[in-house]
Design a protein around this ligand. Structure first.
Ligand code: AMP
Ligand code: MN
Ligand code: MN
Length: 317
């Protein structure tokens, strides 16, 4: 076991935790697993999790309610800030001042595009998830049912429920150990991953219906505008899962989904089957991620951006 994280925690009296903006399963899972672990093993220390409010489907264990969604500076700066599942300083924007004020910053991550923004940490680009990296940094004997539940959540979300190539024998061994801690797999998988609200299902169905094939059927693309969200009474985060549906279209190599976040701002999600490095394409637009799952934000003309993306995909096919 690598004790780097625990050494940093043991040297601190107050610890802040954060992850990336628009928190996903791995981000929430890793932050709350570490939060619970510190509370359990080091009850004398002060620990707080600062995150934007995550979507409700990620509420799989009680400490979800202990997330602090206001990024208020503490009376005294934190001795240690642990930043999880976050590839660059821009991605933890709301917590930036709190992190900068901290005496020590420790990063735990698995993004190949991580910018190494902190002095200390463990970044393993081949790991399935930040939760997998975190599992190897804590004492297995101290993992209780709730910590196991949060770690399991992160692993299933970042592996698409154990199917992406980054899901290895090691990942499955960890998942097995988490089951031995009493994790109720079906509940977590169905409630957090597959179950959709009525509004979400209608929005996803509509976006799939409007999707277009490009590059001789090798690329599929769809978009959800602010008007679409309003039409279905849906919120931004209700588009989660849409890209996975597009990705399952037979014959495609790349799926692209654009969600309008503001009049001229679009969040782009990209997924590749196994030929195209979409992290490299998203990096061209200031984003990043993993070889086969990446994202970026574009401002300005969406059609222009999609044309550029298609050209970059074509070069890799
Ligand atoms: P998404 O399409 O938002 O589900 O993101 C897919 C993967 O790319 C996730 O691992 C994200 O953390 C990463 N990602 C998404 N957007 C960005 C961005 N703007 N910058 C860096 N990484 C990103
Ligand atoms: Mn994430
Ligand atoms: Mn992750």
């Amino acid at each position: 076991m690598n004790r780097a994280l625990l050494n940093a925690v043991e040297a601190a009296d107050s610890i802040g935790l954060t992850g990336h903006i628009h928190p996903d399963g791995d981000c929430v899972g890793s932050c709350l697993a570490l939060y619970r672990y510190i509370k359990r093993v080091y009850p004398e220390k002060t620990v707080r999790v600062h995150l934007e409010l995550p979507p409700e489907n990620l509420r799989v264990a009680p400490s979800f309610d202990e997330i602090e969604t206001e990024f208020v500076k503490p009376e005294r700066p934190y001795d240690l800030f642990v930043v999880l599942d976050c590839s660059s300083a821009e991605r933890f924007e709301p917590a930036k001042e709190l992190v900068e004020d901290a005496t020590n910053v420790f990063v735990i991550d698995h993004h190949m595009t991580n910018t190494h923004f902190a002095n200390d940490g463990v970044i393993l680009p081949n790991a399935s998830s930040t939760c997998e990296v975190l599992f190897d940094l804590i004492d297995e004997d101290e993992i209780d049912n709730e910590i196991a539940t949060w770690l399991y959540l992160g692993i299933i979300h970042d592996t698409g429920v154990f199917k992406y190539p980054a899901c290895t024998e090691h990942t499955m061994n960890i998942a097995g150990k988490l089951l031995s801690k009493g994790v109720v797999a079906q509940r977590i998988i169905d409630d957090s991953f597959y179950r959709k609200t009525y509004e979400q299902n209608r929005l996803i169905g509509d976006a799939v219906t409007r999707s277009v094939l490009m590059l001789d059927g090798k690329m599929i693309y769809s978009v959800v505008t602010l008007d679409d969200l309003a039409k279905f009474g849906a919120q931004r985060k209700d588009t989660e899962g849409l890209i996975d549906q597009l990705r399952l279209t037979k014959g495609i190599e790349v799926a692209v989904f654009a969600r309008q976040d503001d009049v001229d701002t679009y969040k782009i999600s990209m997924r590749a089957i196994d030929k195209v490095n979409v992290a490299a394409i998203c990096a061209e637009f200031g984003g990043g991620g993993h070889m086969f799952a990446a994202g970026c934000t574009v401002k300005g003309d969406l059609a222009d951006a999609i044309t550029q993306i298609a050209a970059m995909v074509m070069l890799q096919l």
